[in-house]
Design a protein around this ligand. Structure first.
Ligand code: B3K
Ligand code: ZN
Length: 850
């Protein structure tokens, strides 16, 4: 397959002034009639021929200005001779949503029709210029006996055909690209509410779910209303239609989709009740509802010129949803969670064969580029920009962006130009963040002489595929200095590093300070800094920057772990003493304390070892991490029961951040206690829990402690009817299993009749759950690799997109020893040789193999 290149961008030959679509829904033979008003695009290539995308369509008829035409069909679309001026194109196609297991285009889930068009799924619905820079208003008519018929925009007329089939019309006045088109038809129930915008528009809000799920929508609705209010207050953005519909769907390739006025969600990110959803689920629902809603301005009103600009909408929208969640919950806790994610997903990607710039310059299958780099590093880049220009100029630049580009399909150049115009800064060097892949490594040397303290930084970005040489980036380094007594002598200052090596000095200091570097994680870099445990413990105790307090504890834990893995060193007493202090400090937010106590993941430790030039041994890492957790448990033992009790709050479950923070700390206490009592307390907890957070938390600990058999069975009896809860059950059993049992457990679970592997949530729960059990997945026998590999080959036939995404479980192979490398390469090669492998998976496997 041919790669698509950014440098080859050309506008489309025509402009679409209006789109009219009619759907006659039928599971096996849906008819789609499309009528487009077209005219030549003065900015595009001139000529009397047009190309429309189309895939897997049966063309029934086509006409131009009412006269039948016979276009030239190709595997990816059609060419047709067209008149010189404006004209009307009409065509009718047939498609079979029932057989569409790829979940892209129009498909069926539990008897309901739904669509997923981003990035290039609209071409599986009808012939169309399926590219984001072609924007048009859509009028849609849906004919079907299904009780609820939805599309984008505002509802219009309804009626009944001669044969008794009902129809409804929808009108979306806002020009949009085809990837934002959506249609839903099914037997659905609404949880409804209303919102009045700042300029007094009354908006009807509906969350549509399957019958029986109505009582699990309240939290998502609440999150939606808070998102709408927040976007008005913080960004001055109002909603722009009379209705906002959200639909929950069980079979979905990702989290959710921001279709104009009709967001479609994976049901796991909508449905929640205290009994069925965990604190983490609530947090994700809030964040994803906000994210999709915020896309209405950053993505829909202003969209992307081409898919290379994906980070224009995704990076900005992630940044906005992170701001929102921070405001709703706790800014430092949210920042720590986001950085944990960034390091776990994006740094991992950036340090392996799949590394690519925030704005890639070529792709084979665009769906493979909805990555942590585009999303999360894309958001970090915006955070850096905001830090460099300051809050006021950031707000001004955003106002200009909305003003200047509303209705546009824009580029990263447009985005940066807005900041340049507002701030008069030259952002050419800064723009390297969009084009250069890889995580910069920042090292630092310090000197103190006659009251002057100097920090000398050096930046270096390692080579990544296709980019051997790297140029220096603009790195905002937020720094504070602490005096030996713990007081802050220099408050947070942002140093702007632009050169490969650069020094910054601070004068007039009475004593050598302790630096707090990269406060708030001011840039997505790896900071290499040799410092002793005592200094980190000092920062953990005294830093005024909450993020860096946590970071100090984190690096302390990592150092301890790396030494334990390497030379079996016993856990350091300094570290345990520092934890003891944090644990007992009631002035600290429980959620924050829980984050400090949480050990780095096994994958994180493997990455750090690799970064330091050591080959990680997953089994040794697992043993060392377990040993450190035991040491934590023993050292903190005297305080744990009281902490557990103090964090036990009376009254019914509430999903707010404060209550969730207490439960998180309480769970850590229980987890440590389980290492001492073999699980007695966890067993009690499992019996008495009245919410999923505690029930599932206790179940995981019992599995880890080898006491899972009975509770696992009881859980399945209790929840067998609930698909979302059972996903957790599948996931937890392989994830918490002792490594040597993980693969057999996954094999057994995969045989169950309720392991509906064609459902992406189930597949991710079990197969992804095994991959997340690092020592189990990397079992020296290679059984984990083979198991996952076989399932990926099987899924590819059915659902290329989810398969391709999941091949990333193998992206870390270059870290490991020769035996494991050989076995992973063998697995990947076997996948590559699967007959009729999808383009999606083929691209991923070949990139991973390098
Ligand atoms: N824009 C969608 C993702 C589409 C993925 C297509 N493979 C969800 C989001 O980022 O909000
Ligand atoms: Zn998004």
């Amino acid at each position: 397959p041919q790669a698509v290149r950014l440098e080859d961008y050309t506008p489309w030959s025509h402009v679409v002034d209006r789109v009219q679509l009619t759907f006659r829904l039928d599971p096996r033979a849906t008819r789609v009639i499309s009528r487009l008003s077209l005219e030549p695009n003065p900015a595009g290539p001139q000529g009397r021929r047009m190309f429309l995308h189309g895939e897997g369509l049966t063309l029934i008829r086509a006409s131009i200005d009412g006269r039948a035409v016979t276009p030239d069909l190709t595997p990816d679309g059609l060419y047709c001779d067209v008149p010189e001026g404006p004209f009307t194109w009409e065509c009718e196609v047939e498609i079979a949503p029932e057989g569409n297991t790829a979940l892209e285009g129009l498909y069926m889930s539990n008897g309901m029709y739904c669509t997923q068009c981003e990035a290039e799924g609209f071409r599986k619905i009808t012939y169309y210029p399926d590219r984001p820079d072609v924007m048009a208003p859509f009028d849609v008519r849906v004919e079907s006996a299904m009780p609820v018929l939805l599309s984008n925009g505002n509802p219009g007329a309804t009626g009944t055909l001669a044969d008794g089939t009902p129809w409804v019309e929808w009108h979306d006045p806002w020009p949009k690209p085809s990837y934002l088109f959506a249609l839903v038809a099914g037997d659905l129930r609404a949880h409804s509410d209303r919102f009045t915008t700042a300029s007094d528009r009354d908006v009807a809000l509906n969350i549509w779910v399957r019958p029986g799920d109505e009582d699990r929508c309240a939290y998502a609705m609440d999150a939606l209303k808070r998102s709408m209010a927040w976007d008005e207050q913080v960004y001055g953005r109002e909603y722009d239609l009379d209705v906002f519909n959200i639909v929950a769907v069980d079979d979905f390739n990702m989290g959710a989709m921001e279709n104009k006025g009709l967001n479609i969600f994976n049901s796991k990110y909508v449905l929640a009740s205290p009994q069925t959803a965990t604190d983490r689920d609530y947090e994700l629902i809030e964040g994803i509802i906000a994210h999709e809603y915020f896309h209405n301005w950053t993505g829909n009103r202003i969209t992307c010129r081409d898919w290379f600009q994906l980070c224009l909408k995704e990076g900005l929208t992630v940044f906005r949803d992170q701001q929102f969640s921070g405001d709703q919950r706790s800014v430092p806790v949210k920042r720590i969670e986001d950085v944990l994610q960034l390091r776990a997903r994006q740094f991992r990607e950036d340090n392996g064969p799949l590394a690519h710039p925030v704005r890639p310059s070529s792709y084979i299958e665009i769906n493979n580029f909805y990555t942590a780099t585009v999303y999360e590093k894309g958001a970090e880049v915006i955070g850096m920009l905001k830090l460099l220009v300051g809050d006021a100029q950031y707000a001004e630049a955003l106002a200009l962006y909305f003003d200047r580009h509303d209705g546009d399909a824009a580029t990263i150049e447009d985005w940066l130009a807005v900041f340049e115009d507002v701030t008069k800064r030259d952002l050419r060097q800064f723009s390297r963040w969009y084009t250069q892949a890889g995580t910069p490594r920042l090292s630092v040397e310090e000197t103190f002489d006659a009251g002057t303290y100097t920090l000398r930084f050096r930046q270096r970005t390692p080579p990544t595929p296709g980019q051997a040489e790297k140029l220096p980036q603009v790195i905002p380094i937020a720094v504070g200095l602490l005096a030996p007594d713990g007081s802050e002598v220099v408050p947070t200052t942002v140093l702007e590093m632009t050169q490969e090596e650069q020094s910054f000095s601070f004068d007039g200091l009475a004593a050598r300070p302790v630096p707090s570097l990269l406060r708030g994680f001011s840039a997505p870099v790896i900071l290499d800094r040799a410092s002793d445990a005592a200094e980190r413990a000092f920062l953990l105790a005294h830093d005024t920057d909450a993020f860096n307090r946590w970071e100090a504890g984190r690096s302390l834990a990592k150092e301890v772990l790396l030494r334990m893995v390497g030379d079996n060193a016993p856990p350091s007493a300094d570290y345990l003493a520092a934890l003891d202090q944090v644990l007992a400090d009631d002035t600290l937010d429980p959620a924050f304390r829980a984050l400090v106590l949480q050990l780095p993941s096994e994958d994180d430790i493997a990455q750090s070892l690799h970064d330091n030039g050591t080959t990680p041994d997953p089994t040794a890492i697992h043993i060392a991490r377990d040993a450190l957790a035991h040491a934590q448990a023993e050292a903190l033992a005297p305080k744990l029961p009281a902490l557990f009790d103090a964090m036990t709050r009376p009254g019914p479950y509430t999903p707010d951040a404060e209550a969730a923070g207490c439960r998180a700390l309480r769970h850590i206490a229980l987890s440590l206690l389980t290492r001492l009592d073999g699980g007695d307390r966890a067993a009690q907890e499992f019996d008495r829990a009245d919410n999923m957070t505690e029930e599932l938390g206790a179940l995981g600990l019992l599995i880890r402690a080898g006491r899972g058999t009975d509770p696992v069975a009881r859980f399945a009896e209790r929840w067998g009817h609930d698909r979302l809860v059972m996903d957790k059950w599948f996931q937890l059993q392989v994830n918490m299993a002792p490594p040597e049992q993980a693969v057999t457990r996954a094999e057994t679970l995969a045989q169950r009749p309720d392991f509906d592997w064609k459902n992406p949530n189930k597949f991710r729960a079990l197969i992804g759950g095994l991959a997340a059990n690092a020592a189990g997945f990397h079992d020296p026998s290679g059984a984990g690799y083979r198991f996952v590999g076989e399932w990926l080959s099987r899924l590819d036939k059915v659902n290329p997109q989810t398969t391709a995404r999941m091949t990333t479980v193998f992206e870390t192979w270059p870290r490991y020893d020769a035996d494991r490398q050989d076995m992973i390469r063998e697995t990947l090669t076997r996948i590559a040789n699967t007959p009729d492998l999808s383009r999606d998976t083929a691209e991923m496997v070949s990139r991973i193999l390098g």
